[in-house]
Ligand binder design. Structure first.
Ligand code: HEM
Length: 170
């Protein structure tokens, strides 16, 4: 059931045991977008337990930002809206519903970071906190197991590349 893209599915669950030879529920032949949705591989968002995972990751990250002498001055006094934006962006990026874009439009991350002077020191501080948050992260499905290594590495790679791309001063 993990493989099903639940938020895109009009039918929430079909017992496996009633499937016929075509892998469809008995007496029903699924075609087109519904069939594609049923067969789609799970997204990283789903594998990690959905929005909760991203909220927890970003909470950990911002707890560290809160006391970081290099990063703290760049962020607004109230960090709550920033938390919601980053968690929404990441959830969407990793295959979740497009709530960030509904709220903020196209991400345009380089443009949106231009008002903040981001040099190598800021980039390193950001990556240090995000790497620590990733290393402490657990899957938000009630099992509390650690993030699978392949997903952790994929996420690290994305953060590492994006952080370099966002450097905008010498
Ligand atoms: C390189 C170091 C980075 C620094 C110093 C930095 C700093 C900031 C600051 C000061 C803000 C404004 C706070 C806010 O209004 O939300 C911001 C916003 C944001 N950052 Fe970063 N950031 C960095 C890297 C990244 C990376 C790697 C990502 C994504 C992978 C990212 C994603 C975002 C997003 C989604 C927003 C909210 C954009 C919006 O909708 O306005 N940032 N960042």
């Amino acid at each position: 059931m993990v493989g099903r893209n639940i938020y895109r599915l009009p039918i929430v669950s079909v017992p496996e045991s009633t499937e016929n030879d075509q892998g469809s529920p008995a007496g029903v032949t699924l075609r087109g977008p519904l069939r594609e949705a049923m067969e789609a591989p799970p997204t990283v968002y789903e594998l990690l337990g959905g929005q909760r995972f991203f909220d927890d990751l970003v909470d950990r990250f911002y707890q560290a930002v809160e006391t970081d002498p290099v990063l703290r001055p760049l962020y607004p006094r109230d960090l709550r809206p920033s938390r919601a934006r980053l968690a929404g962006f990441l959830a969407q990026y990793w295959g979740g519903p497009p709530r960030y874009s509904e709220m903020r439009g196209h991400p345009r991350l380089r443009l949106r970071h231009m008002p903040f002077a981001i040099g190598w020191a800021e980039r390193e501080a950001w990556m240090t906190h995000m790497t620590a948050a990733l290393d402490a992260a657990t899957v938000a499905d009630g099992t509390d197991r650690r993030l699978p290594d392949e997903i952790r590495d994929l996420m690290f790679e994305h953060f590492n590349n994006a952080a370099t791309f966002l450097v905008n001063k010498d």
